[in-house]
Design a protein around this ligand. Structure first.
Ligand SMILES: N[C@@H](CCC(=O)N[C@@H](CS)C(=O)NCC(=O)O)C(=O)O
Length: 204
């Protein structure tokens, strides 16, 4: 049985979305980042970085959200893992690109513009993040102007990884990037995305 470590209110959201797409059952360790459960020697043995998400798939331990989603899609022979080698490579390219160009930047921007209590917000952090976000959004816009999806002719793990990692962009006005906005809406309208989002936003 698959076990997913990490609350939907963390990067585990991406894996929860993928599990929903695949329709696979899982046991959920609904743990927040830095919660006491993630600071134990037992959790350290699963991930020496003390980070979520981590999965335990019948004893196979894997961390890094993007890698987990590739693994799950491939293991369950999902069409979300493109059959075409080049499309698969593009899905990987966009996933790695997101972790480099947008993953931390989008979190820093939204936290320091909206999410943190006003007294804790640092405009300089938000400004520096936005300077990196704009060219990255421009790159996404250019790609999505040419093609409806990032890696081939259909929604794939590449789209899922990038769109889910941009969760915090749901509160950003994307009007300047209309193709990206339309793609983002298409991704987040998927039933598995709606469900994962509800898990994150609905108080327990
Ligand atoms: N690159 C990793 C990042 C994982 C990560 O940073 N997780 C955060 C929660 S979203 C965490 O567990 N942080 C704990 C900490 O910073 O100590 C992935 O995509 O899985």
């Amino acid at each position: 049985m698959l076990r997913i470590y990490g609350s939907a209110n963390s990067r585990a959201l991406r894996v929860i979305w993928m599990a929903g797409e695949l329709g696979i059952p899982y046991e959920h360790k609904d743990w927040l980042p830095r919660s006491p459960e993630t600071l134990t020697p037992e959790f350290h043995a699963l991930n020496p970085n003390y980070r979520v998400p981590v999965i335990d798939d019948d004893g196979f331990i894997l961390s890094e959200s993007m890698a987990i989603n590739f693994y799950l899609a491939k293991k369950h022979k999902s069409p979300l893992l493109p059959a075409d080698l080049k499309h698969e490579a593009l899905a990987l390219q966009w996933s790695l690109w997101e972790t480099d160009r947008l993953d931390r930047q989008i979190v820093n921007y939204v936290r320091h513009v909206k999410a943190l209590p006003e007294a804790e917000r640092k405009p300089a952090v938000a400004e520096a993040a936005w300077k990196e976000i704009v060219p990255a959004f421009d790159a996404l816009e250019a790609a999505l102007k040419k093609s409806e999806w990032l890696a081939g002719p259909a929604f794939s793990v590449g789209d899922l990884n990038v769109a889910s990692a941009l969760y915090r962009a749901l509160v950003i006005d994307l009007g300047k990037w209309p193709h990206m906005q339309a793609w983002f809406n298409r991704c987040w309208a998927r039933p598995a995305a709606v469900k994962a989002r509800a898990m994150r936003e609905t108080p327990a």
